[in-house]
Design a protein around this ligand. Structure first.
Ligand SMILES: [Zn+2]
Length: 298
């Protein structure tokens, strides 16, 4: 397949990011469109249009990162939270038929982890787990060089029995997500400093040395460390990568996470497994979708 290129599509709740991806992870003709959220038909038409403007003779396959759990056997997206897409559509089959090309689909956070694994912060290791901290908390894992194709919804692991309610439509309690996202940080910041201080402002206050801001971020980091400890004990990765907008909190959150990891991980794994920030930024999902497309060819 050398020399061939694919189309990667990262479907988000607010925008469709699409581009032509080559074997080295380079993205050409990167395009951004607002996500049509009126109905499933409008959404699919928006995806069709985004792909059509990138189609050329060289294109070997199409890959999608979708914001929902995926049924890989059926090739369908299961109930997405923020967009009108559900299992009533044979998503992979429909796209194959429409464009006459191999099609791969994957959860968007899994795709981002795949991108970071091949071309970002984890390019020198064989096994990694990634958590994305944004509005929600997503996750993905690559084990022995292969993307784990399961749900990998790491944000919904229980870290506190009977803890606070989860975010969005999740009915769970004490899941990792409501403790570690930017939304969680904004909530805590509002309670401490009033409505003018959101997650970004909170990080700035911590950088200026405001002790309560530092403390709040440390609390978030310790919860994150609990979640990472569990992931390390299951997957024994070589590296843990933290991405998403709230990763901007950096060591204010990651240092306490490292401390907790040292305590929770088996066999002193916390001393040898680094927790680092993602490197590809918003391109990770798009590049990962491209990799999913290359996998669909093989
Ligand atoms: Zn949950």
């Amino acid at each position: 397949m050398d020399g061939k290129r694919v189309i990667g599509v990262d479907l988000g709740g607010t925008k469709i990011l699409a581009g032509v991806v080559d074997h080295d992870g380079h993205v050409a003709q990167r395009r951004e469109h607002p996500t049509p959220t009126g109905s499933q038909d409008e959404l699919l038409a928006g995806l069709d249009a985004a792909i059509e403007e990138l189609l050329e003779d060289e294109i070997a396959a199409i890959g999608f990162g979708l914001p929902s759990p995926i049924d890989q056997k059926a090739g369908r997206a299961l109930q997405a939270v923020n967009i009108p897409l559900d299992e009533s559509v044979d998503f992979r089959g429909r796209m194959r038929e429409r464009f006459g090309l191999p099609v791969g689909i994957e959860n968007d956070a899994n795709a981002a982890a795949y991108g970071e694994f091949r071309f970002g912060a984890a390019r020198d290791v064989e096994s990694m787990v990634m958590l994305t901290l944004g509005t929600g908390c997503g996750g993905g894992a690559v084990i022995d060089g292969k993307l784990f194709r399961g749900w990998a919804e790491f944000g919904h692991m229980v870290i506190v029995h009977d803890g606070i309610p989860c975010q969005g439509t999740c009915t769970g309690h004490g899941h990792l997500e409501p403790y570690v996202t930017g939304v969680a940080a904004t909530k805590l910041a509002h309670a401490e400093f009033g409505p003018a201080v959101d997650a970004h402002r909170l990080v700035r206050l911590a950088a200026e040395g405001e002790p309560r801001a530092v403390e709040i971020l440390e609390g978030i980091g310790r919860h994150l460390g609990s979640g990472i400890g569990t992931l390390v004990n299951i997957f024994n990765p070589e590296l843990v990568v933290i991405g998403g907008g709230f990763a901007a909190a950096g060591d204010f959150v990651l240092d306490p996470a490292r401390e907790v990891l040292r305590r929770e991980a088996l066999a002193q794994a916390g001393d040898r497994i680094p927790i680092v920030r993602a490197e590809l930024g918003t391109a990770a999902g798009l590049i990962g979708a491209g990799l999913v497309a290359f996998d669909a060819v093989e």
